[in-house]
Write a protein that binds this ligand. Sequence first.
Ligand code: C5P
Length: 224
Amino acid sequence: MLVVPAAGRGDRLGAGRPKALVELAGEPLLVHAVRRAHGSGAVDVVVVVAPEGAVDEVTALLAPLQLPDLRVVPGGAERQDSVRLGLRVLDADVDVVLVHDAARCLTPPAVFTAVVAAVRAGAVAVVPVLPVTDTVKRVRGTLVVETVERSELVAVQTPQGFSPGPLVRAHEAARGAAPATDDAGMLESLGHPVRTVPGAERAFKVTRPLDLVLAAALLREETP
Ligand code: C5P
Protein backbone atom coordinates (compact mmCIF):
# COMPACT_ATOMS: atom_id res chain seq x y z
CA MET A 1 0.00 0.00 0.00
CA LEU A 2 1.17 3.51 -0.85
CA VAL A 3 0.35 6.65 1.14
CA VAL A 4 0.99 9.93 -0.70
CA PRO A 5 0.92 13.01 1.53
CA ALA A 6 -0.13 15.79 -0.83
CA ALA A 7 -1.80 18.26 1.52
CA GLY A 8 1.02 20.80 1.89
CA ARG A 9 0.47 24.46 1.09
CA GLY A 10 3.66 24.80 -0.93
CA ASP A 11 4.58 28.22 0.42
CA ARG A 12 8.26 27.86 -0.61
CA LEU A 13 7.23 27.20 -4.20
CA GLY A 14 5.20 30.39 -4.21
CA ALA A 15 2.68 29.14 -6.79
CA GLY A 16 -0.30 30.35 -4.77
CA ARG A 17 -1.86 26.89 -4.57
CA PRO A 18 -1.11 23.53 -2.91
CA LYS A 19 2.21 22.26 -4.23
CA ALA A 20 0.87 18.84 -5.26
CA LEU A 21 -1.62 20.56 -7.59
CA VAL A 22 0.96 22.77 -9.31
CA GLU A 23 1.29 21.75 -12.95
CA LEU A 24 4.34 20.33 -14.63
CA ALA A 25 4.05 19.71 -18.40
CA GLY A 26 0.28 20.16 -18.17
CA GLU A 27 -0.35 17.79 -15.25
CA PRO A 28 -0.23 18.29 -11.47
CA LEU A 29 2.88 17.05 -9.63
CA LEU A 30 0.60 14.62 -7.79
CA VAL A 31 -0.54 12.94 -11.01
CA HIS A 32 3.07 12.49 -12.16
CA ALA A 33 4.03 11.07 -8.77
CA VAL A 34 1.14 8.61 -8.51
CA ARG A 35 1.48 7.45 -12.14
CA ARG A 36 5.16 6.63 -11.61
CA ALA A 37 4.62 4.99 -8.24
CA HIS A 38 1.85 2.75 -9.54
CA GLY A 39 3.71 2.10 -12.79
CA SER A 40 6.59 0.61 -10.78
CA GLY A 41 4.37 -2.41 -10.11
CA ALA A 42 5.38 -2.22 -6.44
CA VAL A 43 2.08 -0.84 -5.09
CA ASP A 44 -1.56 -1.87 -5.28
CA VAL A 45 -3.74 0.30 -3.03
CA VAL A 46 -3.02 4.05 -3.34
CA VAL A 47 -4.07 6.43 -0.55
CA VAL A 48 -3.73 10.11 -1.43
CA VAL A 49 -3.94 12.67 1.36
CA ALA A 50 -5.45 15.74 -0.27
CA PRO A 51 -5.41 19.41 0.74
CA GLU A 52 -8.42 20.33 2.85
CA GLY A 53 -11.39 21.03 0.62
CA ALA A 54 -9.75 19.41 -2.41
CA VAL A 55 -10.76 15.74 -1.98
CA ASP A 56 -13.19 15.81 -4.93
CA GLU A 57 -10.75 17.76 -7.13
CA VAL A 58 -7.92 15.30 -6.37
CA THR A 59 -10.18 12.30 -7.00
CA ALA A 60 -11.14 13.75 -10.40
CA LEU A 61 -7.52 14.57 -11.30
CA LEU A 62 -6.44 10.98 -10.63
CA ALA A 63 -9.42 9.34 -12.37
CA PRO A 64 -7.66 9.09 -15.78
CA LEU A 65 -4.98 6.85 -14.19
CA GLN A 66 -7.70 4.19 -13.63
CA LEU A 67 -6.08 2.90 -10.45
CA PRO A 68 -7.58 -0.38 -9.23
CA ASP A 69 -7.97 0.90 -5.63
CA LEU A 70 -7.66 4.66 -4.97
CA ARG A 71 -8.65 6.20 -1.63
CA VAL A 72 -8.53 9.99 -1.17
CA VAL A 73 -8.70 11.46 2.35
CA PRO A 74 -8.32 15.04 3.66
CA GLY A 75 -4.98 16.00 5.23
CA GLY A 76 -3.94 17.78 8.41
CA ALA A 77 -1.95 20.80 9.56
CA GLU A 78 1.50 19.17 9.38
CA ARG A 79 2.88 16.48 7.08
CA GLN A 80 2.92 14.08 10.03
CA ASP A 81 -0.82 14.66 10.60
CA SER A 82 -1.51 14.02 6.92
CA VAL A 83 0.38 10.70 6.94
CA ARG A 84 -1.40 9.61 10.14
CA LEU A 85 -4.78 10.36 8.55
CA GLY A 86 -3.75 8.37 5.46
CA LEU A 87 -2.75 5.39 7.60
CA ARG A 88 -6.25 5.30 9.10
CA VAL A 89 -7.55 3.65 5.91
CA LEU A 90 -4.92 0.91 6.00
CA ASP A 91 -6.20 -2.64 5.39
CA ALA A 92 -5.40 -5.24 8.04
CA ASP A 93 -3.66 -7.63 5.62
CA VAL A 94 -1.09 -5.16 4.18
CA ASP A 95 2.54 -6.35 4.50
CA VAL A 96 4.40 -3.20 3.32
CA VAL A 97 3.45 0.47 3.56
CA LEU A 98 5.25 3.02 1.40
CA VAL A 99 5.03 6.73 2.22
CA HIS A 100 5.94 8.89 -0.76
CA ASP A 101 5.84 12.69 -1.12
CA ALA A 102 3.80 13.95 -4.06
CA ALA A 103 6.55 16.53 -4.50
CA ARG A 104 9.09 13.80 -5.46
CA CYS A 105 7.20 13.38 -8.69
CA LEU A 106 9.97 11.97 -10.91
CA THR A 107 11.16 9.14 -8.63
CA PRO A 108 12.24 6.20 -10.82
CA PRO A 109 10.44 2.82 -10.48
CA ALA A 110 13.63 1.07 -9.32
CA VAL A 111 13.58 3.04 -6.07
CA PHE A 112 10.07 1.77 -5.27
CA THR A 113 10.97 -1.84 -5.98
CA ALA A 114 14.21 -1.62 -3.95
CA VAL A 115 12.41 -0.20 -0.91
CA VAL A 116 9.63 -2.82 -1.03
CA ALA A 117 12.19 -5.62 -1.44
CA ALA A 118 14.14 -4.44 1.61
CA VAL A 119 10.99 -4.40 3.78
CA ARG A 120 9.97 -7.86 2.52
CA ALA A 121 13.50 -9.04 3.38
CA GLY A 122 12.80 -8.16 7.02
CA ALA A 123 13.58 -4.46 7.56
CA VAL A 124 11.13 -2.53 9.77
CA ALA A 125 11.93 0.81 8.10
CA VAL A 126 13.76 1.59 4.85
CA VAL A 127 14.86 4.93 3.38
CA PRO A 128 16.39 5.75 -0.02
CA VAL A 129 19.48 7.91 0.42
CA LEU A 130 22.02 9.87 -1.60
CA PRO A 131 25.44 11.09 -0.48
CA VAL A 132 25.54 14.77 0.45
CA THR A 133 27.56 16.74 -2.08
CA ASP A 134 27.77 20.13 -0.34
CA THR A 135 29.89 20.73 2.72
CA VAL A 136 27.47 21.03 5.65
CA LYS A 137 28.11 23.37 8.59
CA ARG A 138 26.25 23.98 11.81
CA VAL A 139 25.67 27.68 12.41
CA ARG A 140 24.32 29.93 15.14
CA GLY A 141 23.09 33.15 13.63
CA THR A 142 25.79 34.12 11.14
CA LEU A 143 28.59 32.26 12.95
CA VAL A 144 29.82 28.81 11.95
CA VAL A 145 30.15 26.61 15.04
CA GLU A 146 30.98 23.27 13.41
CA THR A 147 31.80 21.63 10.08
CA VAL A 148 30.06 18.27 10.00
CA GLU A 149 32.04 15.27 8.66
CA ARG A 150 30.51 14.83 5.20
CA SER A 151 31.47 11.21 4.60
CA GLU A 152 28.94 10.14 7.24
CA LEU A 153 26.06 12.23 5.88
CA VAL A 154 23.30 11.24 3.46
CA ALA A 155 20.22 13.04 2.17
CA VAL A 156 17.01 11.07 2.72
CA GLN A 157 14.32 10.73 0.06
CA THR A 158 11.00 8.95 -0.37
CA PRO A 159 9.40 6.43 -0.89
CA GLN A 160 10.16 5.26 2.63
CA GLY A 161 9.01 1.72 3.35
CA PHE A 162 7.70 0.23 6.58
CA SER A 163 6.31 -2.76 8.31
CA PRO A 164 2.76 -1.44 8.95
CA GLY A 165 2.38 -2.11 12.71
CA PRO A 166 5.47 -0.19 13.88
CA LEU A 167 4.69 2.72 11.51
CA VAL A 168 1.10 3.11 12.73
CA ARG A 169 2.21 2.85 16.38
CA ALA A 170 4.97 5.44 15.85
CA HIS A 171 2.48 7.86 14.31
CA GLU A 172 -0.07 7.42 17.06
CA ALA A 173 2.69 7.79 19.71
CA ALA A 174 3.96 11.00 18.08
CA ARG A 175 0.59 12.79 18.15
CA GLY A 176 0.97 16.19 19.76
CA ALA A 177 4.79 16.02 19.77
CA ALA A 178 6.97 18.36 17.71
CA PRO A 179 6.24 17.45 14.07
CA ALA A 180 8.73 15.17 12.33
CA THR A 181 9.70 15.88 8.70
CA ASP A 182 10.38 12.22 8.01
CA ASP A 183 8.48 9.05 8.93
CA ALA A 184 11.55 6.86 9.41
CA GLY A 185 12.85 9.36 11.98
CA MET A 186 9.81 8.62 14.15
CA LEU A 187 10.61 4.89 14.18
CA GLU A 188 14.29 5.67 14.77
CA SER A 189 13.43 7.68 17.87
CA LEU A 190 11.49 4.66 19.21
CA GLY A 191 14.63 2.53 18.81
CA HIS A 192 13.78 0.71 15.56
CA PRO A 193 16.66 0.15 13.13
CA VAL A 194 16.28 2.08 9.85
CA ARG A 195 17.98 0.59 6.76
CA THR A 196 19.09 2.46 3.67
CA VAL A 197 18.89 1.63 -0.05
CA PRO A 198 20.34 3.75 -2.88
CA GLY A 199 18.16 6.73 -3.78
CA ALA A 200 18.11 8.54 -7.13
CA GLU A 201 18.93 12.08 -8.22
CA ARG A 202 15.59 12.21 -10.02
CA ALA A 203 13.80 11.60 -6.74
CA PHE A 204 14.54 15.19 -5.69
CA LYS A 205 11.72 17.06 -3.97
CA VAL A 206 10.14 19.92 -5.89
CA THR A 207 10.36 22.62 -3.25
CA ARG A 208 11.49 25.91 -4.78
CA PRO A 209 10.77 27.49 -8.20
CA LEU A 210 14.13 26.30 -9.60
CA ASP A 211 13.13 22.68 -8.92
CA LEU A 212 10.14 23.07 -11.26
CA VAL A 213 12.45 24.24 -14.04
CA LEU A 214 14.67 21.19 -13.51
CA ALA A 215 11.71 18.79 -13.40
CA ALA A 216 10.29 20.23 -16.63
CA ALA A 217 13.67 19.85 -18.37
CA LEU A 218 13.98 16.21 -17.23
CA LEU A 219 10.48 15.42 -18.47
CA ARG A 220 11.25 16.92 -21.88
CA GLU A 221 14.38 14.76 -22.06
CA GLU A 222 12.33 11.63 -21.25
CA THR A 223 9.67 12.32 -23.90
CA PRO A 224 10.84 10.94 -27.26
O1 C5P B 1 6.60 20.78 2.83
P1 C5P B 1 7.32 19.59 2.32
O2 C5P B 1 7.93 19.81 0.97
O3 C5P B 1 8.27 18.96 3.28
O4 C5P B 1 6.17 18.51 2.10
C1 C5P B 1 6.46 17.18 1.73
C2 C5P B 1 5.18 16.48 1.29
O5 C5P B 1 4.25 16.44 2.39
C3 C5P B 1 4.46 17.21 0.14
O6 C5P B 1 4.07 16.25 -0.83
C4 C5P B 1 3.30 17.89 0.84
O7 C5P B 1 2.14 18.02 0.00
C5 C5P B 1 3.00 16.94 2.00
N1 C5P B 1 2.34 17.63 3.15
C6 C5P B 1 1.08 17.18 3.59
N2 C5P B 1 0.44 17.81 4.62
C7 C5P B 1 0.98 18.90 5.20
C8 C5P B 1 2.26 19.37 4.79
C9 C5P B 1 2.92 18.71 3.75
O8 C5P B 1 0.56 16.19 3.04
N3 C5P B 1 0.30 19.51 6.18
